[in-house]
Design a protein around this ligand. Structure first.
Ligand SMILES: *[C@@H]1O[C@H](CO)[C@@H](O)[C@H](O)[C@H]1NC(C)=O
Ligand SMILES: *[C@@H]1O[C@H](CO)[C@@H](O)[C@H](O)[C@H]1NC(C)=O
Ligand SMILES: *[C@@H]1O[C@H](CO)[C@@H](O)[C@H](O)[C@H]1NC(C)=O
Ligand SMILES: *[C@@H]1O[C@H](CO)[C@@H](O)[C@H](O)[C@H]1NC(C)=O
Length: 359
C-alpha cells in the first residue's frame, strides 16, 4: 500500500473531541450533569477505534487532493523523520506501513480515555454566538486576511460509533486580530471595557453585544456529507484577551434552510470549542496580519494552559489525558501556504440542549 504523508505533523494525538468548551461550567456541577458527562465519556471511549479509522480515511483523501498530480512530491515528503525513512528503506513491512499511514497513530497509543470532557453546553458558546444569521456555506473567510486554514470536521454519534450524515456543523471564530463579525471594538479608555483582573474570568472582557448586523465573516454552517464530514475554508483565528486561540462549534441534527441562505436551527446536540497547539500558535502570531493584533504588545496571547474559565484545561478531563486540539498538516511546502486541521467530534445525536447562552 502506498504511504502518503504530509511533511509535518504539528499536533499531538487527537482523535476525538467531545464538548470541549462545554467544560466552562457553572460551579458546582450537579450530580445529574456529572452523570451525563460520565455516560458520554464511556460511550466516547468505546468509539475510539471507529474514530481512528474514520480519521485515517479522511487523511488519505486529503493527501490525494493535496499531493495528487505533482510528480515526485510524494517521495519528497514521504517520511516524517530520518528514522521513518530508514524503516521504509529497510522494508518495514505492511505492519509498519499501517502504523504510520498518513501519520495516524495506532489506537493503542491515543489519548482517548474515559475522562474525555463532556458537559451540558449552557455556557460555552460564549457571548459571540448569533442566534440567527449564520449562512450555510463552506468558505467563511469573505475578505478577512490571514493564514489559509482548511477544516475537516468529522461528527460521530457516541451511541452508535457511526459517522453522522446531514447534521449541520455551525462554526464561528475571531479574525486575525481577534474580532468577531457583528461585535463592536472595545474602547480601552473606558474602565468597564477593560479585561477583568483576577478570578475565574480573569482577562476576559465583558460581553459586547452584536450591533453590526450586516457582518457575517468567519461565521458559517455546513451539513456533514454522507461520510459524516463537514469541510470549511477559513483563516487561522486570532486571539483576544483572556482566551486561548479557538474556534467555536455547534452541531444541529435538525435544521432547515431559510430563503436567504441562513438556517433555522432545530435540536442542538453539541456545543464545543476547538484549539490549536501552542507551537503553531507561536508561529502564526509572527505572521502578518496576526502581528497587527492590538493586544499583542500589551497583554499578548493567552496560552492554552492559561485559558480563562479553565476551558482548555477542563477539556483535558480530570486526569489530563485528553486533548481537544486540531491535528494540523501543511497544505504546501511551507506554513504560509496554509494548513489543514482535522478533528472528530463525538456527539450524542439524540441529546437536546438549550440553544442559547446563559452567561
Ligand atoms: C472506560 O469505560 C468503559 C465502560 O465503562 C470500561 O469498559 C473501560 O474499561 C474504561 N476504560 C478505561 C481506560 O478506563
Ligand atoms: C434570514 O431570514 C431569517 C428569517 O426571515 C431572518 O430572521 C434573518 O435575520 C435573515 N438573515 C439575514 C442574514 O438576512
Ligand atoms: C478584524 O475585524 C476588525 C473589526 O471589523 C477590523 O477592525 C480588523 O481590521 C480586522 N482584522 C483584520 C486583520 O482584517
Ligand atoms: C444521549 O441522549 C439521550 C437523550 O437525552 C440519553 O437518553 C442518552 O443516555 C444519551 N447517551 C449517552 C451516551 O450519553
Amino acid at each position: 500500500m502506498r504511504v502518503l504523508q504530509f511533511p509535518l505533523e504539528l499536533s499531538a494525538l487527537v482523535l476525538l473531541s467531545l464538548a470541549v468548551g462545554s467544560c466552562a461550567h457553572k460551579e458546582p456541577k450537579s450530580e445529574h450533569e456529572i452523570e451525563v458527562q460520565r455516560a458520554l465519556q464511556a460511550a466516547a471511549y468505546h468509539c475510539a477505534p471507529a474514530v481512528e479509522s474514520f480519521t485515517a480515511q479522511r487523511k488519505q483523501a486529503w493527501a490525494q487532493k493535496v499531493l495528487g498530480g505533482v510528480p515526485g512530491y510524494q517521495q519528497l515528503f514521504e517520511a516524517h523523520s530520518y528514522e521513518d525513512l530508514q524503516q521504509t528503506l529497510s522494508g518495514g513491512g505492511d505492519d509498519a506501513e499501517d502504523k504510520t499511514i498518513m501519520g495516524c497513530t495506532p489506537i493503542s497509543e491515543t489519548h482517548i480515555q474515559n475522562n474525555t470532557c463532556v458537559l451540558a453546553p449552557e455556557v460555552t458558546e460564549g457571548p459571540y454566538y448569533h442566534t440567527e444569521g449564520h449562512l450555510i456555506r463552506q468558505n467563511i473567510a469573505e475578505l478577512q486576511d490571514g493564514l489559509l486554514l482548511m477544516l475537516d470536521i468529522g461528527v460521530i454519534d457516541v451511541e452508535t460509533c457511526k459517522p453522522l450524515p446531514n447534521v449541520l456543523v455551525d462554526i464561528w471564530q475571531a479574525n486575525a486580530t481577534g474580532h468577531y463579525a457583528g461585535h463592536p471594538l472595545p474602547h480601552p479608555h473606558l474602565a468597564n471595557e477593560n479585561p477583568q483582573v483576577g478570578g475565574q474570568r480573569s482577562g476576559l472582557l465583558s460581553a459586547f453585544p452584536r450591533t453590526v448586523f450586516e457582518e457575517t465573516w468567519l461565521r458559517g454552517a455546513w451539513p456533514t456529507d454522507r461520510n459524516g464530514v463537514a469541510q470549511f475554508t477559513t483563516i487561522f483565528p486570532g486571539y483576544y484577551t483572556g482566551r486561548a486561540t479557538h474556534v467555536h462549534t455547534k452541531v444541529f441534527p435538525e435544521w432547515s434552510v431559510l430563503p436567504n441562505g441562513t438556517f433555522k436551527s432545530g435540536r442542538l446536540s453539541h456545543t464545543g470549542q476547538f484549539f490549536f497547539e501552542d507551537d503553531i500558535n507561536i508561529v502564526v502570531d509572527k505572521m502578518h496580519p496576526y502581528t497587527e493584533n492590538p493586544i499583542r504588545d500589551s497583554r499578548g496571547r493567552t496560552r492554552n494552559w492559561r485559558d480563562s474559565l479553565n476551558i482548555f484545561e477542563d477539556s483535558h478531563g480530570p486526569e489530563g489525558k485528553y486533548n481537544p486540539v486540531f491535528k494540523l498538516h501543511l497544505l504546501g511546502g511551507v506554513v504560509s501556504q496554509g494548513l489543514v486541521g482535522y478533528i472528530t467530534m463525538g456527539v450524542n445525536a439524540s441529546a437536546s440542549y438549550d440553544n442559547f447562552w446563559k452567561g
